[in-house]
Design a binder for this molecule. Structure first.
Ligand code: SF4
Length: 319
């Protein structure tokens, strides 16, 4: 079938993503090997989620079931946004089945990593393990809750013994309400107020802030660990820690991650290098939010400029 929404057909509109190392899967999904997966296969350290939660980065599958479906246009997003550079969003006509997405995503990951086989620097044991991913980071690009069978997708990963970290921008509370619980659920919160939210997330859907607040209020109903993730951009949203704390307290997530905006990818077409805060600035800002919200700083990763706040002490490792 050759349809506008089928990225695997020839002459496709996703060449800009391929050029960035995305491996398109089916009609609307994609896989991309994470920097830290590569580092780990070469015997290097794991990512900060390895440090905080025990994720083994060489066995992590970074994917999305909604490669270009997102109704927000966050200025700090490192992905190319629909409407940028002739990269249109896709109103996917036919959604792929979750089993097909999982199978083809794992196959795409194996293909992408096979290039390491001949590399003398590779940690052989990790290379073997990497061929059998044990964790899915459902956070590559787009908004995963736009995929109507997200439930079954999480279920299919679980059926294969894989853990799942799901990251959502929170504007589909109804979908969140019917969601099969992932191993860990993230909701992005990049503003202490609707005014700042409009400035930084540039929502295209009416009522997005209200829906985000509704999603935050649902977090305490989840039994899996929940995380509010703040992406901190200097001179833009590193303001009003008390405002953030009010929203966080109402949501009562298990953890709060405050992470620096990183000047990478397509975000460099929207923000300058000076928008990237130092780790020390992130630490000060996070501690201030924590003081107001009653959360303790329990871990940090200076290389990733991220601080972990918790209301229950240090996290248990997921693997
Ligand atoms: S958890 Fe995230 S940062 Fe860590 S290896 Fe997976 S995609 Fe990369």
């Amino acid at each position: 079938m050759t349809s506008a929404a089928n990225p695997s057909s020839s002459g496709d509109r996703y060449s800009v993503l391929r050029a960035q190392g995305y491996h398109l899967v089916g009609s609307h999904s994609a896989v991309k090997t994470c920097h830290w997966t590569r580092e780990a296969i070469l015997g290097g350290e794991f990512c900060y989620k390895g440090k905080f939660y025990g994720i083994r980065s060489h066995r992590c599958l970074q994917m999305t079931p909604a490669v270009s479906r997102c109704s927000n246009a966050c200025v700090y997003c490192w992905r190319i946004l629909p409407s940028e550079r002739g990269f249109p969003g896709d109103d996917c006509v036919v959604e792929d089945h979750p089993v097909k997405i999982v199978e083809e995503s794992i196959r795409a990951q194996r293909r992408a990593l096979s290039g390491f086989k001949g590399n003398p620097m590779v940690d052989r044991a990790r290379f073997r393990e990497a061929m059998d991913p044990k964790h899915a980071a459902i956070s590559l690009s787009g908004e995963p809750t736009e995929y109507s069978m997200l439930d079954e997708l999480i279920g299919e990963f679980a059926r294969r013994g894989m853990t799942t970290f799901l990251v959502t921008n929170g504007i589909n509370p109804r979908k969140l309400g019917e969601l099969k619980e992932p191993t860990q659920l993230y909701v992005s919160l990049s503003a202490p107020s609707e005014e700042v939210y409009r400035l930084i997330c540039r929502p295209t859907r009416a009522g997005s802030w209200k829906m985000l607040i509704e999603s935050l209020s649902m977090l305490s109903s989840f039994s899996c660990p929940t995380v509010v993730r703040v992406t901190a951009v200097r001179n833009l949203n590193m303001v009003d820690p008390e405002g953030y704390a009010r929203l966080i307290s109402s949501a009562s997530p298990t953890y709060v991650e405050v992470k620096a905006y990183m000047h990478v990818g397509f975000s460099v077409t929207r923000l300058g290098f000076e928008s990237m805060p130092s780790h020390e600035e992130v630490l000060r800002f996070a501690s201030s939010i924590g003081e107001y919200a009653g959360y303790e700083p329990v871990d940090e990763s200076p290389i990733s400029r991220v601080v972990l706040l918790s209301r229950i002490g240090k996290p248990k490792k997921v693997s």
